[in-house]
Design a protein around this ligand. Structure first.
Ligand code: PMP
Length: 439
């Protein structure tokens, strides 16, 4: 159902864009969207594209999910906005209650609602610093936490996110991540999760001193880093260490949260109970909303009126979130994520047996990445990944590239995608590889 991408109308819009929109807002595929449903995007030229990226994990419950649309519409008709800090409304409290209930751990929790993932991470750090009276924040290689000044400091990769935008917020220290595909010693032995955690603990003790550390902030499965799943034992060891030292352990689940990995939160895979969890993206099915949820005694160390903002937890986004959360809880989307992941891994494994360039397949649930390497080594192969993504886009399949070395394709389709559509998308990827890597 693809004629030409980009088609004539998209090309015309792309020309207008150049004189109206800041260059810094990048775009890889100029196919201007006019409608979407589930995992299908329709563009201005009548093309239909299969979305394997969910707008980066936002439309996890499917684009324009009926529950989200219905709730948001009803809310807009009732009232469009009041600032919760000035004129409160029930849906904010309901979203907070839902997050307190759904996030790992049975302890008493509190939630603050905000607008974006970066803002949630900023607030988690503010709260951790206020609670501990300490300054230092420990983050990880390959991490991505946003584009505000502090979250740029916390993000690993300079270009395109940080280069030229400094100086950044201080007291941010970067620790080595557990990256099983690349953590081999000369003999090829894998670094265990516990040893990778010890490497982090040594770094903290020697370079900072745990008594100065307010927070350890980590994505339990890294998103922009390339769906890096740390080795087993890495996260529990760090959580235990943080608890011992009075450090607030923050799981950034902005990309991995909400049924994406086959569980409501990725932290559950390792059985960890973070002190604070940041969420956004999938939380409201497309409307801007984010949250920090965590232990009552930590969250409440910040006094009244000190958190929030005009739009944080706005009524329309909260209504949408209640729809999205109902979808995650009642429509079996976590199980669906598991099933989707099996299909993706199966299709990728078949490709890997043919093409050694598919170096690593990893992830959980419907958050699966393929890391591409050179034919005969684990050297990153960014060029091939760009070519595959371009081929897919031209043939109506949206696949996102990512990773520190830009050599990763990530698959995170809406959890409502049908098996058939997913197979159609992988047929295109397979054809692309056959064209790009002739035998
Ligand atoms: N944290 C993680 C793990 C993310 O993946 C992202 C977005 N890619 C962010 C934070 C920032 O979210 P936002 O773009 O909504 O500010």
């Amino acid at each position: 159902i693809v004629t030409e991408i980009p088609g004539p109308k998209s090309r015309e819009l792309e020309a207008r864009r150049k004189s109206a929109v800041a260059t810094g807002v990048g775009s890889s595929l100029p196919a201007y969207v006019v409608a979407a449903g589930g995992a299908i995007l329709k563009d201005v030229d009548g093309n239909q594209l299969i979305d394997l990226g969910s707008g980066i994990a936002v439309t996890t419950a499917g684009n324009s999910n009926a529950r989200v649309v219905e709730n948001a519409k009803a809310q807009i008709e009732a009232f469009t906005h009041t600032c919760f800090m000035v004129n409160p409304y029930e849906s904010y409290v309901e979203v907070a209650e839902a997050l307190n209930r759904l996030t790992p751990g049975d302890h008493e929790k509190r939630t603050v609602l905000l607008n974006s993932g970066a803002e949630a991470v900023e607030n988690a750090v503010k709260i951790a610093r206020a609670h501990t009276g300490r300054d230092a924040v420990v983050v990880f290689d390959h991490a991505y936490h946003g584009r505000t000044n502090l979250t740029m400091a916390m993000t690993a990769k300079a270009a395109p996110y940080k280069a030229g935008f400094g100086p950044f917020a201080g007291e941010v220290y970067r620790a080595p991540m557990s990256y099983p595909f690349r953590d081999n010693d000369a003999a090829g032995t894998k670094l265990s999760g516990e040893d990778a955690a010890k490497r982090v603990i040594t770094m903290i003790e020697k370079q900072i001193g745990s008594e100065y550390v307010a927070a350890i902030v980590i994505e339990p499965i890294q998103g922009e880093g390339g769906f890096i799943v740390p080795a087993e034992g890495f996260l529990p060891t760090l959580v235990e260490y943080a608890r011992e030292k009075g450090i607030v352990f923050v799981a950034d689940e902005v990309q991995a949260g909400f049924a994406r990995t086959g569980k409501m939160f990725a932290s559950e895979w390792e059985g960890i109970v973070p002190d604070l969890i940041t969420t956004a993206k999938g939380i409201a099915g497309g409307l801007p909303l984010s949250a920090v949820t965590g232990r009552a005694e930590i969250m409440d160390s910040v006094g009244p009126g000190r958190l929030g903002g005009t739009y944080g937890g706005n009524p329309t986004a909260c209504a949408a979130a209640l729809g999205a959360i109902a979808a995650y809880e009642e429509d079996g989307l976590a199980d669906r994520a598991g099933h989707i992941g099996e299909i993706i891994v199966d299709r990728l494994t078949k490709l890997q047996s043919k093409y050694p360039e598919v170096g690593d397949i990893r992830g959980r649930g419907a958050m699966i990445a393929a890391e591409f390497v050179e034919h005969d080594s684990i050297e990153p192969n960014a060029d091939l990944v760009k070519k595959i993504a371009d081929y897919c886009a031209k043939n109506g399949v949206l696949v996102l590239t990512t990773g520190t070395f830009s050599n990763i394709l990530r698959f995170l389709p809406p959890l409502t995608i049908s098996d058939e559509l997913l197979h159609d998308a992988f047929d295109v990827i397979e054809a692309g590889l056959a064209e790009l890597l002739p035998a």
